[in-house]
Design a protein around this ligand. Structure first.
Ligand SMILES: *[C@@H]1O[C@H](CO)[C@@H](O)[C@H](O)[C@H]1NC(C)=O
Ligand SMILES: *[C@@H]1O[C@H](CO)[C@@H](O)[C@H](O)[C@H]1NC(C)=O
Ligand SMILES: *[C@@H]1O[C@H](CO)[C@@H](O)[C@H](O)[C@H]1NC(C)=O
Ligand SMILES: *[C@@H]1O[C@H](CO)[C@@H](O)[C@H](O)[C@H]1NC(C)=O
Length: 540
């Protein structure tokens, strides 16, 4: 284009834009049942030149080329450069030709069906995008029919929002809730008939152009514990601008693993006009190949990039225990522990009975092979007290009756079994050596007994050389142990039995059980001369 022609062209453009009621577009869509017109765009006024008559003709596939006249259809009207339809109908579809002298113009008209379920026809909308916070203007203007319009209503999504003036309009700062279809309905009277003309704007509210730096939610590096053979979904979720991209980098040097799938992106618009996008990476039937590889999700905008990495790790076995199993395990362990503690307690309390039962069960006899004669040597006070004293009675009567007659032990009671005469000390020594146990019947009187000194050496030998086990029977309660030979302090407390003569004692009383427990294990061959069930001692 030459420079001189530029102002002319600009002038022409201005003319066209101001005379917008003429029809420039070659392809036109109209809605059935509405008034419609075609106007030839001429720089000359419609009636300026009379010398060439104006002809309108129509050509359609079936009917060929037909010249239009007021007689051809009552719905058609001619008004200079304008062809009017009152109203336009579906069969008006076709090519229309304007002709005046050598000037011709051709339009293709497509009449679409009215949308009967809607207040507007979706095919006939004017789409506009308005940025949020910017000025939103919807104005119902119709310059061509302006003088004929009786009433104008404005609808938003088919709900009336303004009515009854010539030019209802909206003017405000755009918000996202303003998005929708705005329909102007012009009511026009023509020859006494009422017609409606609709004009619909499809208004989209766009986010502002101030781009944010997109971000991916979550940590930069994520270690995901997985089990081989299972599936995993990696969720990459980002906050971004409308035009930004989210994608996964899953390419390895030797190609992508065949079990890795990138799913469709999901997008939701936020109230600020930005977007939340999420894209899932699905890895099915995880193999060793998928482990320790960095699956990266990236979001890119014009100015920035954000990346997130996912690395799959094999789940440790220890981390394998689900919480409920762990709790269950804890409960079971605690129960087992309590049970064991109970059992041990019971065993300690009933140790004596258990040992006796055990001996009875397997018939153990530890007296067969040690070459000793007596099961026990009984030592008691014998000189300073009266012969019929309680200790005497206990040692010479009660002990033998129970241990010998009932339980089949063999006792050595010095006074009873040793032939008078002979060296006392030597005798005691050799008898103790021939005995498996040394039973000492202990009372306050014991200290005054001269035998004590002789016994002491035997005791020492027994305790230190562990040739003999000692059983101490506390016959009367002893408050002061200092009179005892020092060796006795080495004696374990369970080897001390307390005799309570004021108690009714039968063969299976605790005292005798404890004594049996301390005595050597022996197959019982009781001498059943006496009635077995008779109590040993009964309180008279
Ligand atoms: C619209 O038309 C009705 C009926 O013909 C008439 O009564 C009314 O005055 C008209 N209103 C306008 C604004 O032309
Ligand atoms: C309305 O406009 C939006 C944005 O331009 C477009 O995506 C949509 O298809 C339009 N709707 C109709 C019915 O034309
Ligand atoms: C992915 O994460 C986003 C944001 O946390 C969430 O909205 C979306 O529902 C998640 N997708 C799946 C499939 O879990
Ligand atoms: C993911 O990112 C890390 C660090 O930027 C890089 O070393 C690795 O090669 C990337 N992985 C892929 C598949 O691009």
């Amino acid at each position: 284009m030459q420079c001189s022609e530029l102002p002319l062209a600009l002038f022409a453009l201005m003319c066209i834009s101001t005379s917008e009621t003429c029809t420039l577009r070659p392809h036109i869509t109209a809605v059935e049942g509405e008034p419609f017109y075609l106007k030839y765009c001429s720089s000359l006024p419609g009636h300026a030149s009379e010398k060439n008559t104006i002809r309108w003709s129509k050509s359609s596939g079936s009917h060929g080329h037909v010249e239009l006249s007021p007689r051809s259809s009552p719905r058609i009207a001619f008004r200079g450069y304008v062809l009017e339809f009152w109203p336009v109908e579906l069969n008006d579809t076709g090519s229309y030709i304007f002709q005046r002298g050598n000037d011709t113009h051709n339009w293709k008209l497509n009449v679409t069906q009215r949308d009967k379920h809607n207040c507007f026809t979706k095919k006939q909308v004017i789409s506009r995008t308005v940025e949020v916070e910017q000025s939103l203007r919807v104005s119902c203007e119709n310059s061509y029919y302006q003088n004929l319009v009786n009433r104008t209503s404005l609808y938003k999504d088919c709900e009336k929002i303004a009515e009854n003036n010539k030019n209802p309009f909206i003017r405000k700062n755009a918000e996202f809730k303003d998005q929708g279809f705005y329909t102007c309905v012009f009511s026009v009277y023509h020859n006494g008939k009422l017609f409606h003309i609709t004009k619909t704007f499809n208004i989209t509210i766009a986010g502002d152009h101030n781009n944010i730096n997109p971000v991916i939610f979550g940590q930069e590096v994520n270690h995901v514990e997985v089990e081989l053979g299972k599936n995993v979904q990696l969720n990459c979720s980002a906050f971004l601008n409308e035009m930004d991209l989210v994608y996964w980098n899953i390419l390895k040097e030797n190609g992508t693993n065949p079990n890795v799938y990138e799913e469709e992106e999901m997008r939701i618009r936020t109230s600020e006009g930005k977007w939340h996008a999420s894209k899932i990476l699905r890895i099915e039937n995880i193999t060793e190949d998928n482990l320790n590889f960095s699956y990266n999700c990236t979001v890119v905008s014009e100015g920035s990039v954000d990346t997130m990495r996912f690395i799959l790790l094999k789940k440790e076995d220890t981390g394998d225990i689900p919480g409920y199993i762990f709790t269950r395990g804890m409960i079971i362990s605690a129960s087992v522990l309590v049970a064991v503690v109970c059992l041990v307690t019971v065993c300690v309390i009933y140790r004596v009975d258990l040992v006796l039962f055990y001996r009875h069960l397997i018939g153990r006899d530890e007296t067969l092979t040690d070459g000793k004669t007596y099961d026990a040597f009984v030592s008691y006070l014998k000189k300073c007290g009266p012969e019929d004293g309680e200790e005497h009675n206990f040692a010479v009567e009660i002990l033998p009756r129970v241990l010998e007659k009932h339980f089949g032990y063999k006792l050595c009671i010095f006074e009873r079994d040793v032939v008078p005469g002979g060296a006392v000390v030597d005798e005691i020594h050799s008898l103790i050596e021939k005995s498996r146990r040394l039973i000492i019947v202990l009372s306050e009187n014991y200290m005054s007994n001269e035998v004590r000194y002789e016994l002491e050496s035997g005791l020492h030998e027994a305790l230190v050389e562990r040739k003999i086990k000692i059983i101490l029977i506390e016959f009367t309660p002893i408050s002061n142990f200092t009179f005892l030979p020092q060796s006795l302090e080495l004696l374990k407390s369970h080897r001390i039995l307390k005799w309570k003569s004021d108690q009714y004692l039968s063969y299976d009383s605790r005292f005798w059980k404890n004594l049996l427990y301390l005595m050597p294990a022996k197959k019982v061959k009781p001498d059943r001369d006496e009635g077995e069930a008779l109590p040993v001692l009964s309180e008279s």
